[in-house]
Design a protein around this ligand. Structure first.
Ligand code: G
Ligand code: G
Ligand code: MN
Length: 592
């Protein structure tokens, strides 16, 4: 150890020299530390000595500065109680005690967080040594520490800048590569698909040239925040160049599932984008590549999505799949969806009514309301063509409400004219029934039409019963309390077990027409129907058979104890006028 150190040289003292210095110091710890204090006073690192209990026996001025304390305040205090966070204090102290009792090795170097006297957090890089007396007994520790808080912050910042785009704060191309690799591994493992959407803002170059780059930048930033609002949590949005974004959609079963996001992106650009110089109307092009169909690795997928993007631009289309057939399929769906939206606005939906008959008396007990789409050029479209799409994009919700509104108005008219009694049965989609406010919405519509609740029955499919039983029960009970009946549609095709049917206060089971079709000769169908009827009787539910076309089907069902029927044998679904005529023709006895 250097005996004479000039002040200028002290800052250059290495850690081992400082340790030596303090080894020396510890010997005289109790006697005099005046001489060494001179060095410690000017050292540019924090110097700290703790005794075997963790009490501070030495803290130099630099240490006081970093820890925002004074020597007077710190000396004699327990380090772990004063400068270590509450969460880490107990553990750190236990470790320290294990070290000074020789039960645990001391780490020569580590970085950790300390809490200053003013409760600020600092990150310190420590060099540590044990202090021993002449016999080699551990009497404490000596540490020199450097405040690396700033350095670490700027390191984070440098890292952030290397991986994130400054304008939008989104992952950049470099980070995207890493994320994509990870996502691909996961997709491979889970046998799911992965969709890459390569999104490009059209004509941004012109905006930059005409209005300047700051407006161009503002547009990009706004598009970035609009895009991040529509993707799901598990998806990734990144900006990989001027006006180009890449979206990774994860955990996709079928490529077509990207349709929603794609539609949302296109819709975003149907609105104008507000800037300092006014609203701008922009458009977008999207190229799509799908793992594993269009490539096995990130580079290939990105390249192919880019090729699809160029194709979309060439076709002046909003999007293009790398694989052509997908574009055609989706294009048709998109057209249909636009048509559906237009149909709602133009009130192109009408309701047909199919009578429901008491199999024993022939009385007309009610009618099922069945929606039809009166398309301006294609004519009447049956629901099988558009209901599945409407279910997937939730347009079924406004459509279902329209049907109920129209059915209520018609029934009100027939009741007032005294040509109809009984109930109108309205189909409610699972998507509708799942809405938390379904009871309020539907009862409000009925009330608006001044129709009594006893004139309404709701048909829901068996699959709805798979939902949360408590929530379902509550909804059923509320409908029941009002006098609205609930029937389970297409019964027998789902998974209803006796045990979970009995939980619900429902009124009626509609036996699916697939069981009726081959009656009376199909033994297994007869057996199923028998079982359904026995179960319904036991639980106090009414039964109705759908799709009765033949007289012998009807009589067989009667034999089995089925109470009601619906089908072409009695009447096809009829438009409003035809159903009204049907009611009047059968009005003498209200029987057929
Ligand atoms: O009417 P039809 O003949 O083609 O009906 C086909 C299917 O469409 C049936 O399963 C029927 O339940 C359903 N459907 C008919 N009208 C409506 C409606 O207004 N809402 C819902 N959700 N489904 C309906
Ligand atoms: O699934 P839901 O019960 O809502 O379906 C009723 C459907 O059954 C409608 O599509 C309606 O047009 C159809 N339908 C009604 N009666 C008959 C019938 O006797 N035979 C056949 N094949 N279909 C019928
Ligand atoms: Mn139905």
């Amino acid at each position: 150890m250097k005996e004479i150190i000039k002040r200028g040289e002290i800052e250059k003292l290495s850690h081992s020299e400082l340790v030596n210095l303090n080894m020396n110091l510890s010997k005289k710890l109790q006697q005099s530390i005046a001489h060494e204090n001179l060095y410690l006073d000017v050292a540019s690192v924090l110097c700290l000595a703790l005794d075997n209990e963790g009490k501070i026996v030495l803290l130099n001025p630099k240490g006081c500065e970093i820890l925002e304390t004074t020597k007077e305040e710190a000396i004699g205090k327990n380090w772990f109680e004063m400068f270590v966070s509450k969460e880490q204090s107990t553990h750190a102290k236990e470790l320290f005690l294990a070290i000074v009792t020789g039960k645990h090795d001391m780490a020569e170097y580590y970085e950790n967080q300390v809490i200053t006297a003013n409760a600020n957090q600092r990150i310190i890089a420590w060099h540590n040594a044990l202090l021993k007396d002449n016999d080699g007994t551990i009497i404490g520790t000596f540490s020199s520490g450097e405040d690396i808080t700033k350095m670490q912050e700027s390191q984070f910042e440098i890292e952030r800048m290397a991986h994130y785009d400054i304008l939008t704060n989104l992952p950049n191309r470099l980070l995207l590569g890493g994320i994509l690799e990870h996502s691909l591994m996961q997709a491979k493992r889970n046998h799911t698909k992965l969709v890459i959407l390569y999104v490009d803002i059209n004509k941004l170059k012109d905006i930059n040239e005409i209005y300047g780059h700051d407006i161009g930048d503002a547009v990009i930033a706004q598009v970035a925040s609009m895009l991040s609002a529509i993707i799901r949590l598990e998806d990734t949005l990144s900006r990989i160049g001027g006006d180009e974004f890449v979206i990774i959609l994860e955990e996709i079963q079928e490529a077509i599932e990207c349709e929603r996001t794609l539609q949302q992106i296109i819709q975003l650009f149907e609105q104008s984008i507000q800037t300092r110089i006014g609203a701008l109307i922009l458009s977008v092009s999207v190229g799509i590549a799908v793992y594993p169909d269009d490539g096995q690795n990130g580079d290939t997928l990105l390249k192919n999505a880019d090729i699809a993007l160029r194709q979309a631009k060439e076709d002046k289309n909003n999007y293009c799949f790398f694989a052509h057939e997908m574009s055609v399929q989706l294009h048709e769906r998109v057209l249909m969806e636009q048509e559906l939206r237009r149909a709602i606005d133009n009130q192109e939906f009408i309701v047909y009514y199919q009578p429901q008959i008491d199999l024993f008396t022939g009385e007309i007990l009610g009618a099922e309301a069945l929606v039809r789409w009166r398309h301006p050029t294609l004519g009447i479209i049956r629901p099988d063509t558009f209901i599945p799409l409407a279910e997937s994009n939730r347009l079924i919700i406004p459509i279902g409400e329209t049907v109920l509104t129209m059915a209520c108005a018609a029934v009100k008219k027939w009741k007032d004219a005294n040509i109809f009694k009984g109930r109108v049965s309205v189909n409610v989609s699972g998507k509708q029934f799942q809405l938390p406010d379904v009871v309020e919405t539907l009862t409000h519509i009925i009330e608006q039409s001044s129709l009594d609740f006893e004139s309404i029955e709701l048909e829901i499919t068996e699959s709805v019963l798979m939902g949360d039983p408590q929530v379902l029960s509550e909804k059923f009970s509320r409908f029941k309390a009002l006098g609205i009946e609930v029937a389970i549609d297409d019964f027998g095709t789902g998974y209803s077990s006796l045990s979970y049917l009995k939980r619900f206060p429902i009124d009626k089971l509609k036996i699916d027409q697939s069981f009726v079709r081959e009656l009376p000769n199909n033994d297994s169908d007869s057996a199923i129907i028998k079982a359904i009827i026995a179960m319904a009787n036991a639980l106090g539910f009414k039964t109705i058979a759908e799709g009765i076309e033949e007289e012998d089907q009807a009589s067989f069902l009667k034999e089995l104890g089925c109470m009601q029927g619906q089908g072409y044998l009695y009447a096809r679904p009829l438009d409003e006028q035809a159903f009204e005529a049907f009611l009047i023709a059968n009005s003498t006895l209200h029987k057929i």
